[in-house]
Design a protein around this ligand. Structure first.
Ligand code: PLP
Length: 421
């Protein structure tokens, strides 16, 4: 209660913005992930990895726009690319050179991706990948995992009934990181199953990495039954130059992308084996349609070429991964030292606190007490001037350096010392 009261007292302008927006938007908000009570902090400006809110308070940005903000808020090469594209005109209603170049960059990085098409978001990329898999196999059903998130219309919270928000696609579910159970579910579905869609690390589900055995079991069982294996690498593609598929050496049939890949501009993409992607080939009779006014948005295409082609290379991806690994280990050492039931899961530059002892290898339904601790952690971090995702997720951006990591560790230390029972 005290933490909330201090939060409200320090943010009159954010409160005002929320009150006005509530009149015309349900919940005063247009992104569920940004909603929390009593009202979310409204941000006004960002630079590097610093944010300023509407009340003039300054924050270290460790939310990193839920992984889309990989380059920070003022990467000059991206700003220059967007400005140059703007100067040549928006909405040209035509194909351009940049989309083929960006596609070549993506196909060159991700070993299983021969061909790719663009969308406006990760959600759309998943919709089109599932449609493509159904078109290619001539089958209808999709298997996904409890705790998975593949976009606003594919939200599969652990332990909750299947929400009416999900698209009416015949779905089956299995438990994440249960190789035997998943393989059995795939075999049981047999030739009704068009595809299995899986995050190589559940992001929204709490930064829970898939085990190699689990992904390999999915690969083996789908190969056996003829279903396609889709890796949703919307978040995890940052984990190496070629995403988790390259890191683990396990190749899906299709991959979906999004988030940071267009340098922070709106973006999504889906790709895969040439044979599968051929269902969208307009040169072929009966090709599946894939329209979308902004699919080749000139700003995203221009920024993406600079982001992937000039900034986020192999060495940068590896350094970012290692920085995150070091940070997560240090967070866990602090929690352990204080004897607090708190454990950070994750991989590389993405980490998420849980308010129970580790190890945590599967999604779970949190208790009321755990949810209270999570809320306290979020408000304590804001009070310390650190901006995280409401669920506590940290997504490092390239401007985050040693000093910023140390600042976060000091805040975690203070939290652990103050909040242990
Ligand atoms: N897939 C995963 C794994 C995601 O984390 C997200 C977004 O958080 C999406 C898909 C949806 O992407 P978008 O928000 O761009 O629609």
């Amino acid at each position: 209660i005290e933490a909330r009261e201090a939060y409200v007292a320090a943010r009159p302008k954010s409160a005002e913005i929320h009150t006005q927006a509530r009149e015309v938007m349900p919940g005063g908000n247009t992104r569920t992930v940004l909603f929390y009570t009593p009202f979310p902090t409204a941000m006004q400006r960002g630079e590097g990895c610093t944010l300023w809110d509407a009340d003039g308070r300054e924050y270290l940005d460790l939310c990193g726009e839920y992984t889309a903000g990989l380059f920070g808020h003022s990467e000059q090469r991206i700003i220059a690319a967007v400005a140059a594209a703007m100067a040549k005109g928006l909405n040209l209603a035509a194909v351009g050179e940049n989309e083929g170049k960006l596609a070549a960059l993506i196909c060159g990085r991700f070993p299983s991706v021969d061909q790719v098409r663009f969308t406006n978001s990760g959600t759309e990329a998943n919709i089109m990948a599932l449609a493509g898999a159904r078109g290619f196999t001539g089958r209808t059903e999709i298997l996904a995992f409890r705790g998975g998130y593949h976009g606003g219309v594919f939200t599969f919270p652990f332990g909750a009934p299947i929400s009416p928000v999900n698209l009416p696609i015949p779905m089956r579910f299995a438990d994440y990181n249960d190789p035997a159970g998943a393989a059995a579910a795939i075999r049981e579905a047999g030739d009704a199953l068009a595809a299995v869609i899986v995050e190589p690390m559940q992001g929204s589900g709490g930064c829970i990495p898939a085990t190699r055995e689990f992904l390999q079991a999915l690969r083996d069982a789908t190969t056996e039954t003829g279903a396609l294996l889709i890796f949703d690498e919307v978040m995890t593609s940052r984990h190496s130059y070629g995403g988790m598929q390259k890191r683990l050496g396990i190749m899906p049939d299709m991959t979906t992308f999004g988030k940071y890949m267009a340098g922070g501009m709106s973006f999504g993409a889906f790709g895969g084996r040439a044979e599968v992607m051929a269902v969208f080939d307009g040169h072929k009779p009966g090709a599946m349609p894939h329209a979308g006014t902004f699919n080749n948005n000139v700003l995203s295409m221009a920024a993406g070429n600079v982001a992937l082609g000039e900034i986020f290379g192999e060495a940068e991806a590896e350094a970012l991964f290692q920085r995150g690994e070091t940070l997560r280990e240090a967070c866990n050492a602090i929690a352990q030292k204080h004897g607090l039931a708190m454990h950070f899961t994750g991989l590389g530059s993405m980490l998420n606190p849980h308010f129970r002892a580790g190890p945590i290898t599967a999604p779970y339904k949190a208790t009321v007490e755990e949810e209270q601790m999570r809320e306290l952690f979020f408000f304590d971090m804001l009070a310390a001037g650190i901006y995280l995702a409401r669920r506590g997720m940290v997504a490092l951006s390239l401007p985050v350096g040693d000093a910023e990591c140390d600042r976060f560790l000091a805040a975690v230390e203070e939290f652990c010392a103050a909040r242990k029972p």
